[in-house]
Design a protein around this ligand. Sequence first.
Ligand code: BES
Ligand code: ZN
Length: 870
Amino acid sequence: MSAGKKEFSRLPGCVSPINYSVWLKPCFKTFTFAGKVDVCVKVNEPTDTIIVNSAEIKPGSAEFCANDVTFSPAAISVQEKEETMAMKFDKPLPLGNAVLKISFEGILNDKMKGFYRNQYEVDGVKKFGAVTQFEATDARRCFPCWDEPALKATFDVTLAVPKELCALSNMNIIHEEEYKEDSNWKLIKYATTPIMSTYLLAIVIGEFDYIENHSNNGIPVRVYTAKGKSFRGEFALDVAVKCLHYYEDYFKIPYPLPKMDLVAIADFCAGAMENWGLITYRETALLIDAANSSAHARQWVALVVCHELAHQWFGNLVTMEWWTHLWLNEGFATFMEYLATDHCLPDYNIWTQFVAHDFKRALDLDAIDNSHPIEVPVHHPDEIDEIFDAISYQKGASIIRMLYNWIGDEGFRKGMHDYLTKHSYQNAATEDLWQALGEASGKPVNKVMESWTKEMGFPVIGVSSSCQTEGALTLKLTQRKFCARQNSTTASGKKVWSIPLIVATPKSPHSEAQRFLMDKETEEIVLDGVSKGSWIKMNSQCCGFYRAQYSKEMLEALQRAVETNSLMDLDRLNLVNDLFALASSGVSSTVDFLRSLTSFKNETSYAVWNDLDCNIGELSILLWDSPEVLSKFKSYVISLYEGIAKKLGWDAKPDDGHAGAMLRSMVIRRIGKFGHKDTIAEAKKRYQDHMSGKASLSADLRSPVYQIVLANAEGDELDDLIKFHNSADLHEEKERIERSLGSVSRTDDLDKVLKFAMSDNVRSNDKVFVIGSVGCGSAVGRDIAWRFVKSNWDELHDMYKGTFLISRLVRMTTENFTTAEQAEDVEVFFNEHPPAAAERTVRQSLDSIRKNVEWWGRDRKEISEWFCKQ
Ligand code: BES
Ligand code: ZN
């Protein structure tokens, strides 16, 4: 954090907003907009100055009217760095209610934040609309306002737009008339919003079609898509209607707005945004095409829809007091998105994906020195943008899941209802939630949860057992902080977590597992009904946010249990995930981990394979710079995957289910990219048939096939696929191709991909992922992508600064290095070019590289020797 950022302060409390009447008129020729805002305010304390947030806005006139007296400011000044505008009056303003009127002009920018332009196509013709994205701190780019979550107000929006365009806002339209100054334009007035935070206000202007259904309460739910594409909204609409009902029933609080719109936006930075009553989405997070969408895409749409709908209560109705509590919004919505998806689409078995993806990602990030506590002091907008990360989302959701499993569904539901009711239309902090859940469940929620939110990191529990009496076994437990690197700077210091433990044994599997609360550094617990030598699984179903390190005998018993298929899938996953983390951090040996992989030869669960596959991916990156070992590793992996590959085959089977389709895609991708000859040949053949129109390739197989073909390209495959990309009209297809391109192996092809990334054929919200695919594709790609980022830094930084895309770019092009020199190079570069909103990401990438350096330094000899013997 630079010194300047620390000084960033919150707005003074002497004047606060009650209602905003916002009037806006965008111009699609000059990419500017004219605006007026009349704010009913209350002057709470004597002052002669009103300070509001404002950024890239040119103020025109301003006046302050109280009791029929109009005050004009003596001076209006703009503080660019502070993102504020100050109106200074000659004398102190009268206390009480008044109206502040400001006219202004703003920029319809191309940065996907504030009020920005959105480019779309109708019948091949490029057109522009306008969209807002205000979270976290960009409402101030659209109109001068008190842009802090706790300064809630109501909003009356009026828009002047060309007659042929559709214009949406949070509320329903209450009045529409011809715009007096131009008969080709119309003036639209929307109903007053409920009292809410500025970051939730939204406007969407453009050409759309929609489909509609109704919630159980009769509220119209619509999905808006590009013209002629509304059929692609059916899946999301169906999920949205079911999910809305589920939440109304779960929270026992009706959805309070008169309508719910979900809109697909072509130029969109994040995945989706929960604006109250007008949720905006990237096209790939909302649209499903029956013939061309993968199982993975469906799952993503379901999760995102359920996530944003959860925010309608948790975030919109009750809002965090300040961004320090952002995790409350995001962690909670991430947890709820799985709960609701599980309800709407039970056959997805979605909780296993939570563990395989979110839980794993959170443990990985939180184990490094440059992680941060869930609750973190933030001031400057850049610091706020930076905490939309895996700690707020995935760790947040993981500890809520731990709490949910500890207090039970009934206490959780009741606590949620009480919390949402008590703080409706207001703001709350983390403690308020703990209090409600504690009261509802009768458990010491605050005491237990504080240890997870106030400090970063999590424990690893050392476990050994002894058997004194037949049928009862004593477990000796010791907790310490888990660190991804042995010489971590955060290992020391006595830190004790309060850990809800769920322990499964053969006699008491998960549903009857024994439960304890461990809140000391060492503890002994007695398990009933366990015979000597039987397996004992800590952290049953991965409900706790910790890792386990078993004694040798206990580990062997568990490995036997894996081979005899006695453990549930999440427990198998957890076991191997912990083993890998312990190996990569230097606590145990990598070769032991590699050896243990053979016990998974008969594995059939997608979640478990997914975890194994991630570990294999990470290990292969470590070996990127050692081609001989890498090639042996690849053969070893192929032999491990051969059984499952044969079992699955290439063609979909009736009993595949949701996960089966994803497993096939994952297995084919891995062995194909690792050089399995038959798989490469088959991929090439199917690719030819697909491109020539002879036989369409199933959507689930396209991404692996594109990647395998590109990795083995000998001719014009890259050019052909780029052409195919440019003519595709489904955004999912474009994205699939874009994210596959980094698989090419020839240097001139890699350069071509980077050039393509910067071309007009790739939207700016997607460019980062094309560059990232090069950075994550191979050792050569990694080096080329990093060089590219360095030499195009000014342009890239200018394009993405102040959005989360900058940290994605930094991470994907730096974290896969493996030498100390490379770490030095990255560090020196970013010292000279500090990336706005990605400073912590740089430090995290450096942690990652240094971890690789130490890991390889430590295990290189053993790993190389082991592979030579294979
Ligand atoms: N509130 C966020 C959108 C957001 C993200 C705004 C970053 C500002 C900065 C929204 O609820 C969200 O979390 N979206 C996720 C998708 C979700 C399913 C995890 C996203 O955009 O990735
Ligand atoms: Zn969210």
